[in-house]
Design a protein around this ligand. Structure first.
Ligand code: NAD
Length: 302
């Protein structure tokens, strides 16, 4: 496999070590620690698993972690009141409402109700605007795109002047990562194309990408022959394609595959991210980084 593997798992450990040290330093100096509230509505297994990962990581870093679990039947009014309670709580610097929310609740209304200065997911329109404008005003870049940019930086993949092709135009991955990489900034300055379901000749776009970021949620969408030799392939896709018995626990676990045919692509690319263990671990890591930064903003340390 000639491609260098960009392992999110290893980068996560590096970043978490940095965050832990920063938390201790700030706590010793000021007595304050980053505070994160995770609001989970209902018991969707995927949401429960994501939130559990966030809670465990926050606790391992010495954050204050508050869990608010509410039943599927909660009203919009009650959820908005809960968000408002934490908007006013000075010990909380990050408010995370796990999406999706049940049908009776307007997701947009809830996101808009979060104080933009505590919106560590970066989904509030104010933070989306800050991201688009770029520069020093960006407070909370959304976590998965921020993780991708950080992986490129730490793997020393050149971005200035690079042809970047992003496959997927979602608000949580495709659009924001495209915006981040086209900014006039260190670790960006790329020429970006965003492809989607209506794109004509996806293969031709992928073939000229120096950096190909695939976030479509379609297993094996990108064929090995679409990959430019020596390029960097970031596979964001997480697709459950079956189950297998875990050697560790003896229980059935999901078999995960990305949007790229990894084995063959790794023979052609210069860098590649695996699935699992690539972009996945970066998302929670960047949420922790945003929560720490939120405390620093509040203390005037940044
Ligand atoms: P989404 O469904 O909201 O958007 C998918 C996008 O891909 C759409 O814009 C669509 O136009 C495009 N697309 C779909 N099929 C296509 C095709 N055949 N050709 C061209 N474009 C196509 O998805 P999302 O929320 O952005 O997630 C994308 C994938 O990334 C999913 O597999 C998801 O599980 C994964 N994901 C991973 C992380 C992580 O932390 N690793 C975070 C978010 C999403």
């Amino acid at each position: 496999m000639p491609a260098t593997l960009i392992k999110g798992k290893d980068i996560r450990e590096e970043i978490l070590t940095e965050i832990r040290a920063d938390v201790e330093r700030i706590r010793d100096k000021t007595g304050a620690v980053p505070g994160l509230v995770t609001i989970l509505v209902g018991e969707d297994p995927a949401s429960v698993s994501y939130v559990t990962g966030k809670i465990k990581t926050a606790q391992s870093l010495g954050f204050k972690e508050v869990q608010e679990n509410r039943p599927e039947t909660i009203s919009e009014e009650e959820l908005l009141a809960l968000v408002e309670q934490y908007n006013r709580d000075e010990t909380i610097h990050g408010i995370l409402v796990q999406l999706p929310l049940p049908k009776q609740i307007d997701e947009k209304k809830v996101i808009n109700a979060i104080n933009p200065d505590k919106d560590v997911d970066g989904f509030h329109p104010v933070n989306v605007g800050r991201l688009l404008i770029g520069g020093g005003g960006v407070k909370f870049p959304p976590c998965t795109p921020a993780g991708i940019v950080e992986m490129l930086r730490r793997a020393e993949v050149p971005t200035a002047g690079a042809e970047v092709v992003v496959v997927g135009r979602s608000n949580i991955v495709g659009k924001p990562v495209a915006v981040m990489l086209l900014q006039k900034a260190e670790g960006a300055n790329a020429t970006v194309t965003v492809a989607h379901t209506r794109t004509r000749d996806l293969a031709a776009h992928c073939r000229r990408a120096d950096i190909l970021i695939v976030a479509a949620g379609v297993p094996g969408l990108v064929k090995p022959e679409w990959i430019k030799p020596g390029s960097c392939v970031i596979d964001v896709g997480v697709n459950r394609v079956g189950t297998k018995i875990s050697k560790k626990t003896g229980k059935p676990v999901a078999v995960l595959k990305g949007d790229v045919d990894f084995e063959k692509a790794a023979e052609i690319a210069g860098w590649i991210t695996p699935v699992p263990g690539g972009v996945g671990p970066m998302t929670i890591t960047m949420l922790m980084q945003n929560t720490l930064n939120s405390l620093k903003f509040m203390l005037g340390m940044e």
